[in-house]
Design a protein around this ligand. Structure first.
Ligand SMILES: [Zn+2]
Ligand SMILES: [Zn+2]
Length: 76
């Protein structure tokens, strides 16, 4: 199950669970669309593909809430 991180790892922009602008790698490193494009959709941590994070339907989100733990690792 995805933990659904609450923000972009690079620019710290909010990426709520219902955002269509969140992209993730297989380890769930999480980036906003603008940062993902800048990175050519390749994760800077693991070199994996960044793909659009699926949106968890509201009923499921109520039972399995998104993570509130912010991960912010600004790129040099
Ligand atoms: Zn960003
Ligand atoms: Zn990664």
């Amino acid at each position: 199950m995805l933990i659904l991180r609450p923000g972009c790892e690079s620019c710290d922009r909010d990426l709520p669970a219902d955002s269509a602008d969140a992209l993730i790698c297989s380890f769930e490193c999480t980036f906003c669309r603008a940062c993902a494009e800048r990175l050519h959709r390749r994760c800077p941590n693991c070199a994996g593909d960044l793909v659009r994070r699926p949106i968890r339907p509201p009923e499921a989100l109520a039972r399995h809430p998104a993570s509130t733990l912010r991960v912010h690792r600004p790129l040099a």
